[in-house]
Ligand binder design. Structure first.
Ligand code: UFG
Length: 326
């Protein structure tokens, strides 16, 4: 699992172990955390180093690669497209070439709803024509489009999971979100509540019911479960496929803030700020395809449940994973 010490990767690694798999984590720890491996085998390495990826596949005897490693900030991708193409496109192509060389033929790819851009109007179906509006989304789409070629040429079957907004934390409290800097709205609202600081709302003049952007917040444990099911499909001989992974419920930035206030019992001070470049107004999923093909159903779909799990993690780990290594 590349990026298996990161936020989504670590939750997926835990879910895979609980499902009886042996998950080996490959992570350069630039954004991941050693503690997030929860004691699973961790190979320190960079996906840019194809030989290191090859060795990790060979030494672990991996029969599948789940590819979480990648950069994730829409705003940064607008400023630094080269970095996003290098990490998310070139790095992933190197990973695929390592798989080809080592005879590893199953690939689960962390894609994103950012591939849709402003395209089609929500709820988004996988059949909507992708039209990313930032380099991040474009980098994910580039890999999605490369994968059929790898299948034709090298027999690599793949599941592309288009995550909507990953949020929440492990309900057992072992794992949670720890980004530096933290860009995501739920942890930011929680941090603002804890500190009594102001959080910015990026745009209140969108064509949405309350003027703020609508997103589909999906619990990270539900995302993790989608990976377990994706792997089962590949191992069972199922065809390659692309799936939205979302709750199908749109929530606005104001809805998020209201949920954080209810869950924490603390006020969230806010302040209007300009729109953030690269932000589409509305993104939420139609998840019928993954329901039908993989039997996936989100178990913690309610925004308040998602925020409550995130809050439990942040309240217990105010400095994230750093607390454990003191
Ligand atoms: N927002 C604020 N204030 C903040 C942070 C965020 O108003 O301090 C707003 C954003 O403008 C956006 C919404 O909250 O409207 C959600 O923002 P996030 O940064 O939490 O999430 P994004 O929707 O921008 O990003 C997520 C994933 C990306 C993915 C993207 C698809 O993190 O990886 O969805 O658009 F590409």
């Amino acid at each position: 699992m590349t990026g298996g010490a990161g936020y989504i990767g670590s939750h997926a690694a835990k879910a895979l172990r609980l499902a009886g798999h042996r998950a080996v984590i490959f992570d350069n720890l630039s954004a991941g955390h050693r503690e997030a491996a929860l004691g699973a085998p961790l190979v320190e390495g960079d996906i840019g180093d194809v030989d290191a990826v090859r060795r990790a596949i060979r030494d672990s005897g991996a029969t599948a690669v789940m590819h979480f490693a990648g950069w994730l900030s829409v705003a940064d991708s607008v400023r630094d497209p080269g970095g996003y193409y290098r990490n998310n496109v070139a790095g992933t192509l190197g990973t695929l070439e390592a798989m080809v060389a080592e005879g590893c033929r199953h690939f689960v790819f962390s894609s994103s709803c950012a591939v849709y851009g402003q395209a089609a109007g929500s709820p988004l179906r996988e059949t909507a024509a992708p039209a990313p509006i930032n380099a991040y989304g474009q980098s994910k789409l580039a890999i999605e489009q490369a994968l059929p070629h790898f299948e034709r040429a090298h027999g690599i079957r793949s599941i592309r999971l288009r995550y909507f907004n990953a949020a929440g934390a492990d309900p057992d409290g072992e794992l949670g979100e720890d980004h530096d800097p933290e860009i995501h709205v739920i942890p930011r609202a929680i941090a603002a509540a804890q500190a009594g600081a102001r959080m910015e709302i990026y745009g209140e003049d969108y064509a949405t019911p309350d003027g703020t952007c609508l997103r589909d917040y999906i619990h990270v444990s539900d995302l993790a479960d989608a990976h377990v099911r994706a792997l089962a499909r590949l191992e069972g001989g199922g065809a390659s496929a692309t799936y939205n992974v979302g709750t199908e419920r749109p929530s606005s930035v104001r809805d998020v803030i209201a949920a954080v206030e209810r869950v924490t019992g603390l006020p969230v001070l806010r302040q209007a700020a300009p729109r953030r470049e690269g932000d589409p107004a509305v993104l939420y999923a139609c998840a019928e395809r993954i329901r039908e093909d993989l039997g996936w159903r989100p178990q913690r779909a309610d925004l308040e449940t998602i925020v409550a799990d995130a809050w439990r993690w942040h309240a217990a780990h105010p400095r994230g994973f750093a607390m454990e290594s003191r």
